[in-house]
Design a protein around this ligand. Sequence first.
Ligand code: CMP
Length: 139
Amino acid sequence: MAGKITFTMIKPSAFKSNYTGAILKMINEAGFVIRAMKTIKLTKEQAGAFYAIHEGKPFYETLVEFMSSGPIVAVVLEKENAIEDYRTLIGATNPEKAAEGTIRKLYAVNMQQNAVHGSDSDENAIIESDFFFSKTEWI
Ligand code: CMP
């Protein structure tokens, strides 16, 4: 059964361009409820740990540099069928392949600076939410 929780980050490029409000508006209008949210600047160590699953891939080092280059917004979201519906809302990882009207199509710079992260499974949504938030920080 599909879970109700997903995790997203508004990435440094989108934050710096002041797209945070527009992105959160799209998220709310798509029916997601914000369960926890914070703005934080990751250290390189924290960004590396969050993306540890990609360690060794050609883009890992630059991804860590980028994700620690400025503030991000970390958000836990709730909705029925959260993982799939959020991935539909944000569009493909590569913004050139993202559908019209998706968050990445509208606000991404390129494959790496692709505006937002979205969890790829129920299991990872909880792991990623726990990375940023204690349960007392959820509403
Ligand atoms: P995200 O959804 O945050 O998950 C992993 C991130 O790695 C992805 O979005 C992109 O920002 C980045 N990424 C994945 N593949 C590539 C790639 N081929 N080149 C550059 N960055 C990538």
